[in-house]
Design a binder for this molecule. Structure first.
Ligand SMILES: [Zn+2]
Length: 109
């Protein structure tokens, strides 16, 4: 069981090494270290805080190397396949003229 979990984590790390996952899915900051396990994307520390404030029922954020991952979470992450597939799914619904915030964007609304 422990062995299986380690293999799963290695898969998640491999996923994060892919080109499109080396930047935060939300703001494009480099080297994101957090992952939303149920959405299947990598996020930076700043956006991780935003995801946490939305609530874990919508976005379950985990630290890639430290948090314990259940095999379900790993499977969900791998199923989505990372940022470019998630952006393809979620950004399909962007209203016309909407632009994504960048790394320097304020969190104030
Ligand atoms: Zn970010």
């Amino acid at each position: 069981m422990i062995g299986k979990c380690l293999i799963g984590k290695t898969k998640v790390k491999d996923l994060l090494l892919q080109k499109d996952n080396r930047f935060c899915v939300d703001c494009n900051a480099p080297n994101p270290k957090w992952v939303s396990a149920n959405i299947g994307v990598s996020v930076c520390l700043k956006c991780c805080g935003v995801h946490r404030s939305i609530g874990s029922q919508i976005s379950k954020v985990l630290f890639v190397t430290l948090d314990e991952w259940s095999s379900d979470e790993i499977d969900a992450m791998i199923e989505v396949g990372g940022n470019s597939s998630a952006n393809y799914i979620y950004e399909a619904y962007f209203p016309k003229g909407y632009t994504k915030p960048g790394p320097d964007a304020s969190h104030k609304q």
